[in-house]
Design a protein around this ligand. Structure first.
Ligand code: NAP
Ligand code: GDD
Length: 324
Protein backbone atom coordinates (compact mmCIF):
# COMPACT_ATOMS: atom_id res chain seq x y z
CA UNK A 1 0.00 0.00 0.00
CA UNK A 2 1.38 3.46 -0.87
CA UNK A 3 2.39 5.79 1.91
CA UNK A 4 -0.11 8.60 1.39
CA UNK A 5 -3.85 8.23 0.92
CA UNK A 6 -6.09 11.10 -0.16
CA UNK A 7 -9.85 11.40 -0.44
CA UNK A 8 -11.16 13.58 -3.27
CA UNK A 9 -14.83 14.57 -3.15
CA UNK A 10 -16.16 15.64 -6.55
CA UNK A 11 -13.76 13.32 -8.40
CA UNK A 12 -16.18 13.08 -11.34
CA UNK A 13 -15.96 16.86 -11.84
CA UNK A 14 -13.39 18.90 -13.76
CA UNK A 15 -11.05 19.63 -10.86
CA UNK A 16 -11.50 16.27 -9.15
CA UNK A 17 -10.35 14.46 -12.29
CA UNK A 18 -7.20 16.60 -12.68
CA UNK A 19 -6.40 16.46 -8.98
CA UNK A 20 -6.78 12.67 -8.86
CA UNK A 21 -4.42 12.30 -11.82
CA UNK A 22 -1.91 14.63 -10.20
CA UNK A 23 -2.06 12.78 -6.86
CA UNK A 24 -1.57 9.45 -8.64
CA UNK A 25 1.51 10.89 -10.33
CA UNK A 26 2.81 11.79 -6.84
CA UNK A 27 2.42 8.18 -5.66
CA UNK A 28 -0.78 8.64 -3.67
CA UNK A 29 -3.44 6.06 -3.15
CA UNK A 30 -6.53 7.98 -4.29
CA UNK A 31 -10.05 7.52 -2.97
CA UNK A 32 -12.72 9.18 -5.08
CA UNK A 33 -16.07 9.91 -3.48
CA UNK A 34 -19.07 9.64 -5.82
CA UNK A 35 -22.76 9.94 -5.11
CA UNK A 36 -25.05 7.20 -6.23
CA UNK A 37 -26.74 7.65 -9.62
CA UNK A 38 -28.69 5.32 -11.87
CA UNK A 39 -26.09 5.65 -14.63
CA UNK A 40 -22.38 6.21 -14.02
CA UNK A 41 -20.94 9.55 -15.09
CA UNK A 42 -17.24 8.67 -15.17
CA UNK A 43 -16.44 10.39 -18.48
CA UNK A 44 -13.69 12.52 -16.95
CA UNK A 45 -12.06 9.71 -14.96
CA UNK A 46 -12.54 6.69 -17.21
CA UNK A 47 -8.92 6.76 -18.41
CA UNK A 48 -7.58 6.21 -14.87
CA UNK A 49 -10.62 4.72 -13.16
CA UNK A 50 -8.83 1.44 -12.43
CA UNK A 51 -6.09 3.25 -10.53
CA UNK A 52 -8.40 4.85 -7.94
CA UNK A 53 -10.76 3.45 -5.33
CA UNK A 54 -14.30 4.67 -5.82
CA UNK A 55 -16.23 5.10 -2.57
CA UNK A 56 -19.89 5.99 -2.31
CA UNK A 57 -20.89 9.03 -0.28
CA UNK A 58 -22.87 12.23 -0.46
CA UNK A 59 -22.27 15.63 1.09
CA UNK A 60 -25.93 15.57 2.16
CA UNK A 61 -25.37 12.43 4.21
CA UNK A 62 -23.28 12.80 7.37
CA UNK A 63 -23.04 9.06 8.09
CA UNK A 64 -21.59 8.31 4.66
CA UNK A 65 -18.76 10.80 5.26
CA UNK A 66 -18.00 9.39 8.71
CA UNK A 67 -18.01 5.83 7.36
CA UNK A 68 -15.62 6.65 4.49
CA UNK A 69 -13.06 8.29 6.78
CA UNK A 70 -13.40 5.50 9.38
CA UNK A 71 -12.96 2.73 6.82
CA UNK A 72 -10.25 4.21 4.57
CA UNK A 73 -8.31 6.52 6.91
CA UNK A 74 -6.99 9.07 4.39
CA UNK A 75 -4.36 11.57 5.55
CA UNK A 76 -5.62 14.29 3.21
CA UNK A 77 -9.17 15.28 2.22
CA UNK A 78 -9.82 17.56 -0.75
CA UNK A 79 -13.41 18.80 -0.62
CA UNK A 80 -14.17 19.70 -4.24
CA UNK A 81 -17.79 18.52 -4.42
CA UNK A 82 -20.38 21.27 -4.73
CA UNK A 83 -23.29 22.56 -6.76
CA UNK A 84 -20.90 24.70 -8.78
CA UNK A 85 -22.97 26.36 -11.52
CA UNK A 86 -23.85 29.93 -10.50
CA UNK A 87 -27.18 30.31 -12.44
CA UNK A 88 -28.54 27.07 -10.91
CA UNK A 89 -27.98 28.57 -7.48
CA UNK A 90 -30.86 31.02 -8.08
CA UNK A 91 -33.13 28.18 -9.22
CA UNK A 92 -32.15 25.86 -6.35
CA UNK A 93 -30.83 28.13 -3.57
CA UNK A 94 -31.65 25.77 -0.71
CA UNK A 95 -30.06 22.73 -2.35
CA UNK A 96 -27.02 24.84 -3.24
CA UNK A 97 -26.73 25.82 0.42
CA UNK A 98 -27.01 22.19 1.52
CA UNK A 99 -24.23 20.99 -0.83
CA UNK A 100 -21.96 23.98 -1.10
CA UNK A 101 -22.27 25.44 2.42
CA UNK A 102 -23.47 22.84 4.95
CA UNK A 103 -21.74 20.03 3.04
CA UNK A 104 -18.43 21.60 4.12
CA UNK A 105 -19.44 21.44 7.78
CA UNK A 106 -20.47 17.82 7.41
CA UNK A 107 -17.07 16.95 5.98
CA UNK A 108 -15.25 18.99 8.64
CA UNK A 109 -17.27 17.28 11.36
CA UNK A 110 -16.30 13.89 9.94
CA UNK A 111 -12.63 14.95 10.00
CA UNK A 112 -12.90 16.29 13.56
CA UNK A 113 -14.60 13.15 14.86
CA UNK A 114 -12.68 10.44 13.01
CA UNK A 115 -9.16 11.87 12.74
CA UNK A 116 -8.34 15.53 13.49
CA UNK A 117 -4.84 14.96 12.09
CA UNK A 118 -6.31 14.81 8.55
CA UNK A 119 -5.25 17.72 6.35
CA UNK A 120 -8.30 19.34 4.78
CA UNK A 121 -8.64 21.43 1.62
CA UNK A 122 -11.78 23.47 0.92
CA UNK A 123 -12.55 24.59 -2.65
CA UNK A 124 -13.37 28.24 -2.07
CA UNK A 125 -14.06 30.65 -4.90
CA UNK A 126 -13.43 34.12 -6.29
CA UNK A 127 -17.24 34.34 -6.54
CA UNK A 128 -17.01 35.29 -2.84
CA UNK A 129 -15.56 38.68 -3.90
CA UNK A 130 -18.63 39.33 -6.07
CA UNK A 131 -19.20 43.07 -6.23
CA UNK A 132 -15.53 43.66 -5.66
CA UNK A 133 -14.37 46.01 -2.89
CA UNK A 134 -10.86 46.37 -4.31
CA UNK A 135 -8.91 45.39 -7.42
CA UNK A 136 -7.01 43.11 -7.68
CA UNK A 137 -8.51 40.82 -5.03
CA UNK A 138 -6.26 39.16 -2.44
CA UNK A 139 -6.70 37.11 0.75
CA UNK A 140 -7.63 40.24 2.73
CA UNK A 141 -10.21 41.65 0.31
CA UNK A 142 -13.66 41.73 1.97
CA UNK A 143 -16.29 39.43 0.47
CA UNK A 144 -19.48 40.69 -1.22
CA UNK A 145 -21.08 37.62 -2.85
CA UNK A 146 -23.65 38.21 -5.60
CA UNK A 147 -25.35 34.80 -5.93
CA UNK A 148 -26.71 32.10 -3.61
CA UNK A 149 -23.66 30.09 -4.76
CA UNK A 150 -21.30 32.88 -3.71
CA UNK A 151 -23.06 33.21 -0.35
CA UNK A 152 -22.76 29.44 0.21
CA UNK A 153 -19.04 29.56 -0.62
CA UNK A 154 -18.51 32.37 1.90
CA UNK A 155 -20.04 30.09 4.53
CA UNK A 156 -17.79 27.21 3.40
CA UNK A 157 -14.74 29.46 3.62
CA UNK A 158 -15.47 30.76 7.11
CA UNK A 159 -16.47 27.39 8.56
CA UNK A 160 -13.10 26.07 7.33
CA UNK A 161 -11.28 28.96 9.02
CA UNK A 162 -13.42 28.46 12.12
CA UNK A 163 -12.63 24.74 12.44
CA UNK A 164 -8.94 25.56 12.04
CA UNK A 165 -9.17 28.11 14.85
CA UNK A 166 -11.60 26.15 17.07
CA UNK A 167 -10.15 22.64 16.81
CA UNK A 168 -6.64 23.29 15.51
CA UNK A 169 -7.39 21.34 12.32
CA UNK A 170 -4.97 21.59 9.40
CA UNK A 171 -7.69 23.16 7.24
CA UNK A 172 -6.92 25.34 4.21
CA UNK A 173 -9.22 27.40 2.01
CA UNK A 174 -8.05 27.88 -1.56
CA UNK A 175 -9.70 30.95 -3.08
CA UNK A 176 -9.48 29.92 -6.71
CA UNK A 177 -10.35 32.18 -9.61
CA UNK A 178 -12.03 30.68 -12.69
CA UNK A 179 -10.11 27.79 -14.18
CA UNK A 180 -11.01 25.91 -17.31
CA UNK A 181 -9.99 22.99 -19.51
CA UNK A 182 -11.40 20.66 -22.15
CA UNK A 183 -13.05 18.86 -19.19
CA UNK A 184 -15.02 21.96 -18.15
CA UNK A 185 -18.81 21.51 -18.00
CA UNK A 186 -20.41 22.66 -21.27
CA UNK A 187 -22.65 25.26 -19.61
CA UNK A 188 -19.74 27.37 -18.31
CA UNK A 189 -18.96 30.26 -20.63
CA UNK A 190 -15.47 29.28 -21.85
CA UNK A 191 -16.53 25.82 -22.91
CA UNK A 192 -19.86 27.05 -24.24
CA UNK A 193 -17.94 29.46 -26.50
CA UNK A 194 -15.19 27.05 -27.66
CA UNK A 195 -17.69 24.26 -28.29
CA UNK A 196 -20.15 26.64 -29.95
CA UNK A 197 -17.45 28.09 -32.24
CA UNK A 198 -16.28 24.57 -33.20
CA UNK A 199 -19.85 23.54 -34.02
CA UNK A 200 -20.30 26.62 -36.21
CA UNK A 201 -16.98 25.95 -37.97
CA UNK A 202 -18.14 22.41 -38.76
CA UNK A 203 -21.54 23.56 -40.01
CA UNK A 204 -23.38 22.00 -37.04
CA UNK A 205 -24.82 25.32 -35.78
CA UNK A 206 -25.26 28.82 -37.15
CA UNK A 207 -25.34 30.98 -34.01
CA UNK A 208 -24.28 31.04 -30.37
CA UNK A 209 -26.54 32.65 -27.76
CA UNK A 210 -24.74 34.11 -24.76
CA UNK A 211 -25.54 36.51 -21.91
CA UNK A 212 -23.43 39.42 -20.70
CA UNK A 213 -20.45 39.91 -23.02
CA UNK A 214 -18.95 42.66 -20.83
CA UNK A 215 -18.30 40.45 -17.78
CA UNK A 216 -14.59 40.06 -17.01
CA UNK A 217 -12.89 37.10 -15.40
CA UNK A 218 -9.40 35.94 -14.44
CA UNK A 219 -9.27 32.63 -16.32
CA UNK A 220 -6.52 30.02 -15.80
CA UNK A 221 -5.91 26.37 -16.63
CA UNK A 222 -7.40 23.76 -14.26
CA UNK A 223 -4.34 21.48 -14.49
CA UNK A 224 -2.22 24.26 -12.93
CA UNK A 225 -4.77 25.04 -10.22
CA UNK A 226 -5.07 21.54 -8.75
CA UNK A 227 -1.33 21.57 -8.06
CA UNK A 228 -1.87 24.64 -5.85
CA UNK A 229 -4.44 22.66 -3.82
CA UNK A 230 -1.88 19.97 -3.13
CA UNK A 231 0.88 22.48 -2.32
CA UNK A 232 -1.35 24.10 0.34
CA UNK A 233 -1.59 20.79 2.20
CA UNK A 234 2.19 20.21 2.09
CA UNK A 235 3.10 23.37 4.06
CA UNK A 236 4.11 23.49 7.72
CA UNK A 237 1.09 25.60 8.65
CA UNK A 238 -2.46 25.68 7.29
CA UNK A 239 -3.45 28.91 5.57
CA UNK A 240 -5.70 30.44 2.90
CA UNK A 241 -4.45 31.38 -0.57
CA UNK A 242 -5.70 33.20 -3.65
CA UNK A 243 -4.91 31.30 -6.85
CA UNK A 244 -5.19 33.37 -10.05
CA UNK A 245 -3.31 34.49 -13.15
CA UNK A 246 -3.49 38.24 -12.42
CA UNK A 247 -4.98 38.93 -15.88
CA UNK A 248 -8.60 39.75 -16.65
CA UNK A 249 -10.45 39.33 -19.95
CA UNK A 250 -14.04 39.93 -21.07
CA UNK A 251 -16.45 37.36 -22.50
CA UNK A 252 -16.20 39.35 -25.74
CA UNK A 253 -12.41 38.86 -25.83
CA UNK A 254 -12.99 35.16 -25.24
CA UNK A 255 -15.27 35.10 -28.31
CA UNK A 256 -12.75 37.04 -30.39
CA UNK A 257 -9.99 34.52 -29.60
CA UNK A 258 -12.06 31.34 -29.99
CA UNK A 259 -13.78 32.35 -33.24
CA UNK A 260 -10.65 34.10 -34.58
CA UNK A 261 -8.60 30.93 -34.08
CA UNK A 262 -11.07 29.18 -36.42
CA UNK A 263 -10.90 32.08 -38.93
CA UNK A 264 -14.44 33.17 -38.04
CA UNK A 265 -15.71 36.66 -37.14
CA UNK A 266 -17.53 36.25 -33.81
CA UNK A 267 -19.82 39.25 -34.56
CA UNK A 268 -21.52 37.25 -37.31
CA UNK A 269 -22.56 34.44 -34.97
CA UNK A 270 -22.81 35.55 -31.33
CA UNK A 271 -26.18 36.80 -30.10
CA UNK A 272 -26.51 38.38 -26.67
CA UNK A 273 -29.72 36.90 -25.22
CA UNK A 274 -31.35 38.38 -22.06
CA UNK A 275 -32.25 34.81 -21.04
CA UNK A 276 -28.60 34.26 -20.05
CA UNK A 277 -28.24 37.43 -17.96
CA UNK A 278 -28.09 36.88 -14.20
CA UNK A 279 -30.27 38.51 -11.51
CA UNK A 280 -27.05 39.99 -10.06
CA UNK A 281 -23.75 39.95 -11.93
CA UNK A 282 -20.11 39.77 -10.92
CA UNK A 283 -18.70 42.34 -13.35
CA UNK A 284 -14.97 42.04 -12.81
CA UNK A 285 -12.63 39.56 -11.18
CA UNK A 286 -8.84 39.69 -11.19
CA UNK A 287 -6.74 38.02 -8.53
CA UNK A 288 -3.49 38.85 -6.80
CA UNK A 289 -1.77 35.50 -6.18
CA UNK A 290 1.49 36.95 -4.83
CA UNK A 291 1.11 35.08 -1.52
CA UNK A 292 0.85 31.77 -3.39
CA UNK A 293 3.85 32.70 -5.55
CA UNK A 294 5.94 33.58 -2.48
CA UNK A 295 4.91 30.82 -0.07
CA UNK A 296 3.92 27.92 -2.32
CA UNK A 297 6.18 28.70 -5.28
CA UNK A 298 3.07 28.36 -7.44
CA UNK A 299 2.85 29.96 -10.91
CA UNK A 300 0.33 29.48 -13.72
CA UNK A 301 1.85 27.90 -16.84
CA UNK A 302 -0.84 28.39 -19.51
CA UNK A 303 -1.81 31.83 -20.88
CA UNK A 304 -5.44 32.83 -21.58
CA UNK A 305 -4.96 32.59 -25.32
CA UNK A 306 -3.24 29.19 -25.07
CA UNK A 307 -6.07 27.96 -22.84
CA UNK A 308 -8.79 28.97 -25.29
CA UNK A 309 -6.89 27.51 -28.22
CA UNK A 310 -6.36 24.18 -26.49
CA UNK A 311 -10.08 24.03 -25.66
CA UNK A 312 -11.03 24.83 -29.27
CA UNK A 313 -8.61 22.16 -30.52
CA UNK A 314 -10.10 19.56 -28.15
CA UNK A 315 -13.68 20.44 -29.18
CA UNK A 316 -12.85 20.30 -32.89
CA UNK A 317 -11.19 16.92 -32.42
CA UNK A 318 -14.10 15.48 -30.41
CA UNK A 319 -16.75 16.78 -32.82
CA UNK A 320 -14.86 15.50 -35.86
CA UNK A 321 -14.42 12.08 -34.22
CA UNK A 322 -18.18 11.96 -33.52
CA UNK A 323 -18.91 12.65 -37.17
CA UNK A 324 -16.86 9.54 -37.98
P1 NAP B 1 -17.81 20.47 -11.23
O1 NAP B 1 -17.13 20.05 -12.50
O2 NAP B 1 -19.20 21.00 -11.27
O3 NAP B 1 -17.79 19.19 -10.25
C1 NAP B 1 -18.56 19.16 -9.07
C2 NAP B 1 -18.43 17.79 -8.43
O4 NAP B 1 -19.19 17.77 -7.21
C3 NAP B 1 -18.97 16.64 -9.29
O5 NAP B 1 -18.10 15.53 -9.17
C4 NAP B 1 -20.31 16.33 -8.62
O6 NAP B 1 -20.73 15.00 -8.77
C5 NAP B 1 -19.94 16.57 -7.16
N1 NAP B 1 -21.09 16.74 -6.29
C6 NAP B 1 -22.08 17.67 -6.40
N2 NAP B 1 -22.94 17.53 -5.38
C7 NAP B 1 -22.52 16.49 -4.63
C8 NAP B 1 -23.00 15.88 -3.44
N3 NAP B 1 -24.11 16.27 -2.84
N4 NAP B 1 -22.29 14.84 -2.92
C9 NAP B 1 -21.17 14.41 -3.52
N5 NAP B 1 -20.67 14.95 -4.65
C10 NAP B 1 -21.34 15.98 -5.19
O7 NAP B 1 -16.92 21.55 -10.47
P2 NAP B 1 -15.36 21.95 -10.68
O8 NAP B 1 -15.26 23.02 -11.71
O9 NAP B 1 -14.55 20.72 -10.78
O10 NAP B 1 -15.06 22.67 -9.29
C11 NAP B 1 -14.62 21.92 -8.15
C12 NAP B 1 -14.87 22.74 -6.88
O11 NAP B 1 -14.17 23.96 -6.96
C13 NAP B 1 -16.33 23.12 -6.66
O12 NAP B 1 -16.53 23.14 -5.26
C14 NAP B 1 -16.43 24.53 -7.22
O13 NAP B 1 -17.49 25.21 -6.60
C15 NAP B 1 -15.07 25.06 -6.82
N6 NAP B 1 -14.52 26.12 -7.65
C16 NAP B 1 -14.42 25.94 -9.01
C17 NAP B 1 -13.83 26.93 -9.77
C18 NAP B 1 -13.69 26.76 -11.27
O14 NAP B 1 -13.44 27.76 -11.94
N7 NAP B 1 -13.79 25.55 -11.80
C19 NAP B 1 -13.34 28.09 -9.16
C20 NAP B 1 -13.45 28.22 -7.79
C21 NAP B 1 -14.01 27.23 -7.03
P3 NAP B 1 -21.66 14.53 -10.02
O15 NAP B 1 -20.69 14.18 -11.11
O16 NAP B 1 -22.37 13.36 -9.44
O17 NAP B 1 -22.55 15.68 -10.37
N1 GDD C 1 -22.38 30.31 -18.10
C1 GDD C 1 -22.54 31.36 -18.92
N2 GDD C 1 -23.28 31.21 -20.06
N3 GDD C 1 -21.97 32.53 -18.58
C2 GDD C 1 -22.11 33.58 -19.44
C3 GDD C 1 -22.84 33.48 -20.63
C4 GDD C 1 -23.46 32.24 -20.94
O1 GDD C 1 -24.14 32.08 -21.96
N4 GDD C 1 -22.78 34.68 -21.26
C5 GDD C 1 -22.06 35.50 -20.50
N5 GDD C 1 -21.66 34.84 -19.39
C6 GDD C 1 -20.88 35.42 -18.28
C7 GDD C 1 -21.55 35.23 -16.91
O2 GDD C 1 -22.60 36.19 -16.74
C8 GDD C 1 -20.36 35.43 -15.99
O3 GDD C 1 -20.17 36.81 -15.73
C9 GDD C 1 -19.16 34.91 -16.81
O4 GDD C 1 -19.64 34.76 -18.17
C10 GDD C 1 -18.59 33.58 -16.35
O5 GDD C 1 -19.64 32.65 -16.20
P1 GDD C 1 -19.36 31.09 -15.91
O6 GDD C 1 -18.43 30.53 -16.90
O7 GDD C 1 -20.70 30.44 -15.74
O8 GDD C 1 -18.54 31.10 -14.53
P2 GDD C 1 -18.76 31.90 -13.16
O9 GDD C 1 -17.70 32.95 -13.09
O10 GDD C 1 -20.15 32.32 -12.96
O11 GDD C 1 -18.47 30.75 -12.09
C11 GDD C 1 -17.37 29.87 -12.23
O12 GDD C 1 -16.23 30.41 -11.62
C12 GDD C 1 -16.33 30.57 -10.20
C13 GDD C 1 -15.03 31.18 -9.72
O13 GDD C 1 -15.08 32.57 -9.87
C14 GDD C 1 -17.78 28.53 -11.63
O14 GDD C 1 -16.79 27.57 -11.93
C15 GDD C 1 -17.90 28.62 -10.12
O15 GDD C 1 -18.11 27.31 -9.57
C16 GDD C 1 -16.58 29.19 -9.58
O16 GDD C 1 -16.63 29.29 -8.18
Amino acid sequence: MSEKRALVTGITGQDGSYLAEFLLSQGYEVLGMVRRSSTVNFDRIRHFQDEVTIVQGDLLDQMSLLDILREYRPQEVYNLAAQSFVPTSWKQPVLTGEFTALGVTRMLEAVRIIDPEIRFYQASSSEMFGKVRETPQNENTPFYPRSPYGVAKVYGHWITVNYRESYDLFACSGILFNHESPRRGLEFVTHKVTYGAARIKLGLADELRLGNLEARRDWGYAGDYVQAMWLMLQQDEPDDYVIATGETHSVQELCEIAFGYLDLDWREYVVSDPKFFRPAEVDLLVGDASKAHAKLGWEPSVSFEELIRLMVDADMKALQANRG
